[in-house]
Design a protein around this ligand. Structure first.
Ligand code: 5GP
Length: 145
């Protein structure tokens, strides 16, 4: 049962928030942290996670904190779009393993789409080249001012 379970404070995204694991960051404030997905489904695949909250998924997120968090999701999605000029942008998240969730700290995916480019698999395949992710993150950061 992964939809309702105790929050594991040692999940990989909790470690990233605490700085115990590296990430290629594009945005951070007191509410949220955004960083590049290391198994990107497309160029610019970015994750936005809430800080200072133990929410495994969107259903767990305290309602009074959803608004501020979703503002950051939109801010990052807009910056990804401006930085990379895709034809479309997927903004999505999964709740529970049967829904596709693999990391149990709430996160939204921002996945740019181009008309003629297929998506890579979800949370699979080759880990991205970090210097390549750094270059993409720099473009996104530039749009965040
Ligand atoms: P979920 O399957 O839970 O919706 O998404 C988890 C996402 O985290 C996947 O897209 C996967 O590629 C990504 N991911 C897994 N481990 C790491 C990691 O250590 N660092 C980063 N940046 N992304 C990760």
């Amino acid at each position: 049962m992964t939809l309702h379970a105790d929050y594991d404070p040692d999940n990989i995204f909790a470690k990233i928030v605490r700085g115990e694991m590296p990430s290629v960051k594009v945005f951070e404030d007191e509410t949220a942290l955004a960083f590049m997905d290391v198994f990107p489904q497309s160029e610019g695949h970015t994750l936005i996670i809430p800080k200072e909250v133990q929410a495994r998924n969107f259903l767990d997120m305290p309602t009074e904190r959803v608004g501020a968090y979703m503002e950051r999701v939109q801010t990052v999605a807009r910056a990804v779009e401006k930085a990379l000029n895709p034809d479309g942008v997927v903004v999505t998240q999964f709740n529970g393993a049967p829904a596709g969730q693999t990391v149990f700290h709430l996160h939204f995916h921002v996945i740019p789409r181009w008309t003629d480019k297929a998506l890579s698999g979800h949370a699979s395949g080759q880990m991205a080249d970090i210097s390549n992710l750094e270059a993409i993150a720099a473009k996104i950061r530039a749009e965040l001012g």
